[in-house]
Design a protein around this ligand. Structure first.
Ligand SMILES: [Zn+2]
Ligand SMILES: [Zn+2]
Length: 184
């Protein structure tokens, strides 16, 4: 059974009274992006704090938070799924705009502001994006990963398939034949 964890923070009280609030939670199994999913090893833990600030355009909020977990990425040499630590910090200026159904980013005085339309702020997209931005481009399962054999595809960390030479080119084969002939 898969549990569905909703990542959100409720800003109703801040909207009425001002002040600060925070929330924390866990994301299990996957970080979900628009077009892909990043598998996780163990839960990714997040915490977020929001403070209401005086804004020109009505209700504005300063949000900051962090998320940390282990993304499972393929080793670039042997393709073994490799848990890789990822930690991201993020900050956003938010503005309440009733009626919006999802987050919308606008730029104002060279600052990005996120518009949201419901006091129950959906943190999912913010957490996923922050996490994805901190993913390394490539990982290795270990410093000295031997990779896959170019001849048979075996994982050289696990088996010795016997293909120690690079695959011979036709020219190479011809040359060694000639060399052999010369020796005789
Ligand atoms: Zn590897
Ligand atoms: Zn091989």
């Amino acid at each position: 059974m898969k549990e569905i964890h909703i990542q959100s923070i409720n800003l109703s009280r801040l909207m009425r009274e001002g002040g600060s609030t925070d929330a924390r939670g866990e994301i299990l199994e996957y970080i979900t992006l628009e077009k892909e999913r990043i598998p996780l090893e163990g839960p990714a833990r997040w915490k977020v704090g929001v403070t209401r600030v005086e804004g020109e355009g009505g209700q504005e909020f300063w949000l900051s938070g962090e998320i940390a977990g282990y993304a499972v990425l393929e080793c670039r040499r042997c393709l073994t799924p490799t848990p890789t630590p990822v930690r991201a910090h993020f900050q956003y200026m938010l503005r309440y705009q009733p009626g919006l159904t999802h987050l919308e980013a606008i730029e104002e005085d060279e600052e990005e502001i996120l518009l949201f339309g419901h006091p129950d702020l959906d943190l999912g997209p913010l957490l996923s994006e922050a996490f994805a931005l901190e993913l390394p481009y490539t990982v290795l399962c270990k410093e000295d990963c031997k990779g896959l054999c170019p001849v048979c595809g075996a994982n050289r960390n696990e088996v010795d398939c016997g293909h120690h030479e690079e695959p011979q080119t036709k020219l190479g084969a011809e040359l060694s034949r000639l060399m052999g002939d010369l020796k005789d």
